[in-house]
Design a protein. Sequence first.
Length: 218
Amino acid sequence: MKKTITIIACLVFVAIVIFPALTSAQEQKPVLLPTPQMDGGKPLMQVLKTRSTSREFSEEKLSMQVLSNLLWAAFGINRPDSGKRTAPSALNWQEIDIYVATADALYLYDAAKNALNIVMPEDIRAYTGKQGFVKIAPVNLVFVANLSKVTTKNENDKILYTASDTGFISQNVYLFCASEGLATVVRGYIDKPALEKKMGLRPDQKVILSQTVGYPKK
Ligand SMILES: Cc1cc2nc3c(=O)[nH]c(=O)nc-3n(C[C@H](O)[C@H](O)[C@H](O)COP(=O)(O)O)c2cc1C
C-alpha cells in the first residue's frame, strides 16, 4: 500500500512539475528560419517605381521562407566576415532589434543565428498599433532601440540616430514588399507605453516604430 502511494506521488510530481517544465523549455527553443534567398527579386528601379504604403491586408500567413527573406532584407547580416547588416547604423551600433508579432507568438529576430527567439507565446498584434488592420495582418514588426548599445550621451542625438537607423530598416522592408507583391505600412500611431509594457521591455529599450506586412486584401 505504502509503495503504491509512493508511485502515485511520483507520477503526480512528474505530471505537475517535470512535464510542464519540459514542455515550456521546448516552447522557448528558437525557431530556426530557412536560409534567406538572396538571388531573387525585381530590379531596383522597378521596385522603386512601385514602393508604396498600403493599409488593406489579407489574413493569409507568410511562409517561413518569405519571413526569413523579409527579415534578412530588413536587417540581416550581408557581410558575414564583419557581421555588418543590410541597413546602416550610426557608429555600427546595430541598436535596433526587430520583434515579430504574429498570431502564434511574439518573437525576436536573431540575425546572427537566422532564428526567431520566442519572447512570449501570445498574439500581441493588437497592441502594436491603434489601427484596426494590425489585429488581422499576419506580421507586425516592432522596431525597438536597445539604448544600452547607444554610446552617445546627447539625448537629441539618441533620438535622431535611433530614428534614422529605424528608417533605413523600414525602407528595406518597403523595398522587399514592393519586390514581392506584399502590402506594408510603417507606423508611429502606437500606444508605446502600453506596447512596451506588454512586450516586457527593459527601461533601456524603446519602441521606435512598427511596420505591418502581409498580402494585399483581395
Ligand atoms: C515615420 C512614419 C510614421 C508613419 N506612421 C503611420 C501610422 O501610424 N499609420 C499609418 O497608417 N501610416 C503611417 N505612415 C505612413 C505614411 O502615412 C505614408 O508613408 C505616407 O502617407 C506616404 O505614402 P507612401 O508611403 O505610399 O508614399 C508613417 C510613415 C512614416 C515615415
